[in-house]
Design a protein around this ligand. Structure first.
Ligand code: MRU
Length: 350
């Protein structure tokens, strides 16, 4: 996808410099900054501090962190330890452990560094293909809506910034734009970190997709008024039965969608389906610092970063990053293999 007309991926290896690069997403939408990751710790911290975020991108960064570890020490036991360590960077998105395990499984003990680098590149290449296929299948759903203008609501950022390219929830929107369909996107701001208002708006703007940012509490009313034709959200982990962990607030949108007969779709790459967890209540939910609630950071008119407090110093907050949407609220999963009901996933991804 493009930023100021130039095509970027969210993470890449510079073969000349032999370094890994990311876009620092904590600076968006006000500053586009590319950051070099040079050590395993750089990769670990980029995930933990959310310079990169979004399930598929977290996975790819975990893989590249292992490559950076192999540049520090090309020893199998060392890499095995780093696999366990990287899994602790963030708990909810299953792509993290999936990617780390994939690297370990495909590691050539006689050629550790180059086999890991090879696998990192494959993980990224596969992810782009998966996202694009999700876009193609999602487009079929959008085409079924016979209206002059189609309104899609999305939550958080499950866009290309959360993957390597295309995005999951946004890929059908980009495909619809390419098919000359008039799509408009309602972008939930997604408190507390505002991935919707800072990131989804930024990428849609750069891709010339018509959109409006809405407060998190607005979606229900829009659905009652018939102003939402479908919801498409991403996911960090789907349990075997089809329960969906995604950014906090997703569940409330699914409830409102059910109450108003609005189709509620989850864009699900196979890498985010966790066969090993039977129900959503067993998915670990990340709890983050309540500073994310207490403070808002932004750039003032002079381009200076300002962090301001928005509630009393002595009040404590409780900041859970994700919620669980029960399978019965999901109309369908848009996957790289097609569109499926929750109960079909186990067969599709066996
Ligand atoms: O905390 P984040 O920003 O990593 O959360 C991201 C989400 O919840 C996304 O919707 C999810 O990872 C899907 S990304 C294709």
């Amino acid at each position: 996808m493009k930023i100021n007309g130039k095509h970027y991926l969210t993470i890449w290896h510079d073969d000349n410099e032999n370094n890994v690069h990311i876009i620092d997403q904590t600076k968006l939408p006000f500053k586009f900054e590319i950051k070099k990751l040079e050590t395993f710790e750089d990769g670990y911290n980029a995930i933990k501090d959310m310079l990169v975020r979004g399930a598929p991108l977290i996975g790819a960064t975990a893989a590249y962190s292992l490559y950076l570890a192999s540049k520090q020490n090309e020893d199998f036991a060392f890499i095995q330890n780093k696999v366990n360590e990287i899994k602790t960077a963030r708990p909810t998105a299953v792509n993290l452990s999936w990617a780390a395990e994939r690297v370990l499984k495909n590691l050539d003990k006689n050629n550790i560094k180059s086999s890991i680098l090879n696998e990192c590149k494959k993980i990224c290449k596969d992810d782009i293909k998966i996202s694009e296929s999700i876009g193609d299948h999602g487009l079929k759903l959008i085409k079924k809506i016979k209206k002059d203008k189609i309104n899609i609501l999305t939550h958080c950022n499950a866009g290309w910034l959360a993957t390597i390219d295309w995005g999951t929830a946004t890929a059908p929107i980009y495909k619809a734009r390419d098919a000359n369909i008039n799509v408009h996107t309602w972008v939930d701001e997604t408190r507390p970190r505002n991935q919707g208002s800072s990131l989804t708006s930024y990428e849609l703007l750069n891709e010339n997709i018509d959109h409006k940012v809405i407060a998190d509490n607005t979606g229900g009313l829009l659905m009652q008024k018939g102003m939402v034709d479908m919801c498409i959200v991403g996911t960090d982990r789907v349990s075997r039965n089809g329960d969906v962990a995604n950014k906090i607030g997703t569940y409330l949108k699914a409830l409102a969608a059910k109450d108003n007969n609005v189709p509620f779709y989850v864009a699900l790459p196979s890498t985010t389906y966790d066969k090993n967890i039977s129900r959503g209540e067993d998915i670990p939910i990340e709890e983050r610092s309540d500073d994310e609630l207490k403070f808002i950071t932004g750039y003032d008119d002079d381009g200076k970063v300002k962090k301001i407090k928005i509630y009393p110093e002595k009040s404590k907050g409780f900041n859970l990053g994700f919620d669980i949407t029960p399978a019965e609220l999901v109309t369908g999963f848009i996957t790289e293999k097609g569109i499926f009901k929750p109960q079909e996933l186990i067969e599709v991804f066996k």
